[in-house]
Design a protein around this ligand. Structure first.
Ligand SMILES: NC(=O)c1ccc[n+]([C@@H]2O[C@H](COP(=O)([O-])OP(=O)(O)OC[C@H]3O[C@@H](n4cnc5c(N)ncnc54)[C@H](O)[C@@H]3O)[C@@H](O)[C@H]2O)c1
Length: 354
């Protein structure tokens, strides 16, 4: 596909090619905040909309140094404020990403993926803007093929405890695909596989942050099940470079693209790596496997390599070292002040409004 869309929108971006006004939903989250930093470094004007359910102002400290940045507290299940100026591009990242957080209010999670994306599409239509959407490898569910390529339609339990997220993200892909077919506006869908790095929420229960925080605090590392289940971990720098490539590569289309690191490790191997790197006396503690926990997860990234010329570059030990340094600093800071729990959402939880 050419870099000019049917609507005449130039999909290319970057400081050298002209600054744009960009909306990032979920901008205060782990990935959203790194994306804001990158877009600002490319000379764009960036507005973050976030309800601060899992995100934090701390993540936006670097972005907030720029006069081209604004952070607005807003829940995307509510229409995007009319008074905001026109956007050239919208990156939709708003959605809790860890099972602990997305299962706290499953109806709200489903609504964020459905109604939230609807509001993003409405705004994109009004502004003639391109959309980037953060989808997930969870659309493959507990996969029966390995590794997972984009042509695999998945094995998702539609009524299980993970369905609010998995099916929500699948539905978002459906409506975004119909949206681009009917409006001609550009849509880019990244199916993100497990990504880790600085600014992850220390209490999000995801395996990398769990192990590092447990090891740093001298607690036992909790493994669910045998630990033989596999995951593939991508460092956030690589992923954010993938977002940029997907949004602007001349060959990219609305077809979903897997972004992740195909290097597969068992959860037990990861635990041992973290223990080696952090040191201390923590041991490994086995707990029962949660319902619908996928046994194998590894992206086939051929499409990303062919279309975007993208592949991850940061090896696991290097990325883990950077993440351990981050959590070490962060835990030290938190010990010096009262602990902060997950912030309350701006809009009421879904259960409260039905
Ligand atoms: N990190 C990963 O490994 C991973 C993997 C697959 C997909 N993703 C997707 O990437 C996106 C970002 O994930 P993350 O890891 O940065 O998670 P995160 O929880 O750190 O970030 C999500 C952000 O969205 C905000 N948010 C949640 N619901 C909202 C709502 N209704 N309105 C406005 N803001 C809302 C949160 O406050 C938070 O700042 C998510 O859409 C997630 O599904 C992430």
């Amino acid at each position: 596909m050419a870099s000019i869309s049917k609507n005449g929108i130039d999909l290319r971006a970057g400081g050298k090619r002209g600054a744009r006004r960009i909306l990032v939903t979920g901008g205060a989250g782990f990935l959203g905040s790194h994306l804001c930093d990158l877009l600002l470094a490319q000379d764009h004007e960036v507005i973050s909309l976030d309800n601060y359910f899992t995100g934090s102002a701390r993540n936006l400290e670097l972005s907030s140094e720029s006069p081209r940045f604004r952070a607005i507290a807003h829940d995307i299940t509510v229409p995007i404020p009319e008074e905001l100026p026109r956007f050239d591009e919208i990156y939709n990242l708003a959605c809790p990403a860890s099972p602990v957080h997305y299962q706290m209010d499953p109806l709200k999670t489903a609504l964020t993926s459905a109604g939230g994306v609807w509001n993003v599409m409405a705004r994109a239509r009004r502004d003639n803007a391109g959309i980037f959407h953060a989808s997930t490898s969870e659309v493959y569910g507990d996969p029966t093929v390995h590794p997972q390529s984009e042509g695999y339609h998945g094995n998702v339990n539609p009524i299980g405890p993970r369905a609010c997220y998995d099916e929500g993200k699948r539905f978002a892909e459906t409506i975004l695909s119909d949206f681009t077919r009917s409006t001609g506006l550009p849509v880019r869908i990244a199916r993100i596989f497990n990504t880790y790095g600085p600014r992850m929420h220390p209490e999000d229960g995801r395996v990398v942050s769990n192990f590092i925080v447990q090891a740093l605090l001298g607690r036992d590392l909790t493994i669910y099940g045998s630990g033989r289940q596999t995951r593939s971990f991508c460092f956030m720098d690589d992923l954010i470079a993938g977002f940029d490539a997907l949004m602007h590569a001349p060959g990219a289309t609305a077809e979903p693209v897997n972004l992740g690191n195909p290097h597969e490790v068992t959860v037990l191997e990861l635990a041992e790596m973290v223990l080696d790197m952090v040191g201390g006396r923590s041991r490994i503690l086995r707990l029962p496997l949660p319902v619908d926990d996928p046994q194998r997860r590894r992206p086939d990234i051929s499409r990303a390599k062919n279309i975007l010329g993208w592949k991850p570059r940061v090896p696991l030990d290097e990325g883990l070292a950077a993440t351990i340094r981050y959590f070490d600093r962060r835990l030290a800071e938190e010990q010096a002040r009262p602990r902060k729990r997950v912030a309350a959402a701006v809009a009421p939880p879904f259960a409260a409004v039905i």
